[in-house]
Design a protein around this ligand. Structure first.
Ligand code: NI
Length: 227
């Protein structure tokens, strides 16, 4: 399931995050993959445990915690601490790849199974050219470029790449989620059900049928969720 979550970061939070990370040291540049089978990669990373990344990460996590749509779509068990990257016209390349299945957060040794990959756009589309996140799924190739503050959630198992940036700077936060519901199809069903229940309740108020549907949601969660 590809899920766009609009405004997961409200505009004032995007502004605050950018004011922190834009002044940070982006000198770390990942080299182009030189080994066979390793995708070419050249972008800039904010040092993971630096002051700027820690401050910006706290703001991202705070906003994620308030997003019903993010929670419903991801059903997070563990969230890998959000990271930050920067593509410009020099460091602008990340070829097709599938994300590593298991991620270890070095400072604590915590392991996260990457079920869902998340990108939160921090630059507006008009600030740069290129830089689309291209995801290959069962329905073909999706090209994603969202407004600052919007997020895209997609299965980490999918092949994806970032198109070269040809003008401007593309800033983003990215991370992975280990979900309480491992299977993408099950998460999609739960998401559809939950969102429909919320919409029905908003439109018609409570009803006996809605109570039964809500029961179905929780009983599916009971069957499928691991904690
Ligand atoms: Ni990736």
């Amino acid at each position: 399931m590809l899920l766009k979550v609009p405004e997961v970061l409200p505009a004032p939070v995007v502004t605050r995050i950018r004011s922190v990370i834009e002044q940070a040291d982006w000198s770390e540049q990942r080299p182009v993959g030189a080994l066979p089978g390793v995708p070419a990669r050249l972008n800039r990373q904010l040092p993971e445990d630096g002051k700027a990344a820690r401050a910006a990460r706290a703001m991202v996590l705070d906003s994620l915690g308030q997003s019903v749509m993010f929670f419903t779509g991801a059903l997070p068990k563990k969230i890998f601490p959000p990271l930050f990257n920067r593509y410009d016209t020099v460091a602008n390349q990340f070829d097709n790849h599938v994300d590593t299945a298991l991620r270890t957060w070095a400072p604590t040794g915590t392991q996260v199974r990457a079920d869902i990959a998340v990108t939160i756009f921090l630059s507006d589309p008009r600030e740069y050219e290129g830089g689309e996140l291209v995801i290959e799924d069962h329905y073909g190739t999706q090209s994603i470029k969202l407004r600052a503050g919007d997020a895209i959630l997609y299965p980490a198992a999918n092949l994806h790449r970032v198109q070269p940036v040809t003008r401007g700077v593309r800033l983003a936060s990215y991370f992975w989620v280990e979900s309480m519901v491992h299977e993408d199809e099950r998460r999609r069903l739960l998401y559809e059900l939950d969102m429909s229940i919320l919409a029905l309740r908003a439109r018609h108020g409570e009803s006996a049928e809605l109570a039964r549907l809500t029961g179905c949601y929780h009983n599916l969660m009971r069957m499928w969720a691991t904690t």
